[in-house]
Design a protein around this ligand. Structure first.
Ligand SMILES: Nc1ncnc2c1ncn2[C@@H]1O[C@H](COP(=O)(O)OP(=O)(O)OP(=O)(O)O)[C@@H](O)[C@H]1O
Length: 278
């Protein structure tokens, strides 16, 4: 595994003792031709600065819906979301505050790189939009490429990279504007099991090195227990928080932690809870 270096600067300061993300009564009902679809019941959750929270739950329980609302990509039907001390959505807002959006980076299941752009230019794309000078874009892209173990690929094109490497590029791209919070929607869901394990180890190290707050959605119970400080278990649609499980294994966690009997017990507990609701 490529062990990333501690390259990125510390995240933006958060209010002392305050939450990184505060979710109050946030719910979502989609309007469809067949009528309203309630995806998420009004939900409260506080996420601490530098915390690693994993959203876990059965298919269709509203995990992606919640994450996309945190990312300002869709509007809550009710409730409010605050990022640090900045409202992202106040109650009744129909669009997110641009100021709060600056604290957020988003990683999707697909890397969606631009095939005609070199890796460093893919990583630096958000800075190009902000008209940052080329030398500075190149410097910051190289720094982040190092932190995700891709220093040797800056001048390559995406086609030369495996799926896991492309997802590393997507993570670097999401971090290039120095957000304090990283939102990840099944980022490794399309990868094979071995690559996924490596990516989880890389992500844990990156999180430890950079001090970001991470919210990650997954279907995988073992991935959730390996990565999380807290697993937030959502019930079947319409989603609601069914349980919150603290995971207190020491960091860094090695991949062999899955052999620890206590790891197995937590996985089993979550599995039976998921079984109860699916
Ligand atoms: N744009 C939309 N319009 C209408 N209904 C939607 C829309 N997006 C999601 N839904 C519905 O809302 C519910 C929650 O979807 P969501 O994608 O948030 O769940 P999920 O837990 O992320 O599912 P999965 O694990 O399968 O990705 C589902 O029933 C889904 O069909």
């Amino acid at each position: 595994m490529n062990r990333p270096a501690a390259a990125t600067p510390p995240p933006e300061p958060m209010p002392a003792g305050g939450a990184a993300i505060s979710i109050k009564g946030v719910g979502k009902e989609y309007t469809t031709d067949a009528g309203p679809v309630r995806a998420l019941t009004p939900t409260d959750l506080e996420i601490k600065p530098r915390e690693f929270v994993v959203l876990l739950g059965p298919s269709g329980c509203g995990k992606t819906t919640l994450l996309r609302m945190l990312g300002g990509l869709i509007t809550p039907t009710e409730g409010s979301i605050t990022i640090g001390d900045r409202p992202l959505f106040a109650e009744g807002d129909s669009s997110p505050s641009q100021e709060a959006l600056g604290s957020l980076g988003f990683v999707f299941q697909q890397a969606t790189l631009m095939p005609w752009r070199k890796i460093w230019k893919n990583i630096a794309l958000p800075l190009e939009v902000k008209r940052v000078k080329k030398q500075e874009r190149r410097r910051r892209a190289a720094e982040l490429a190092e932190s995700v173990g891709l220093s040797d690929f800056l001048e390559h094109y995406p086609r030369a990279l495996s799926g896991g490497m492309q997802q590393r590029v997507a993570i670097a791209r999401a971090l290039i504007h120095r957000p304090s919070i990283l939102l990840m929607d099944e980022p490794f869901g399309a990868l094979d099991a071995m690559t996924r394990d490596q990516m989880n180890a890389m992500l844990q190290q990156l999180w430890m090195d950079t001090g970001k707050t991470v919210v990650l959605v997954t279907h995988s119970i073992s991935e959730a227990v390996f990565l999380a400080d807290r697993v937030v278990l959502l019930s079947q649609r319409p989603g609601r928080i069914q349980d919150i499980v603290d995971i207190d294994f020491e960091r860094p966690r090695g991949l062999d932690i899955s052999k620890d009997p206590r790891f197995g017990q937590i996985v089993q507990r979550l599995r039976s809870q998921l079984g109860e609701v699916s």
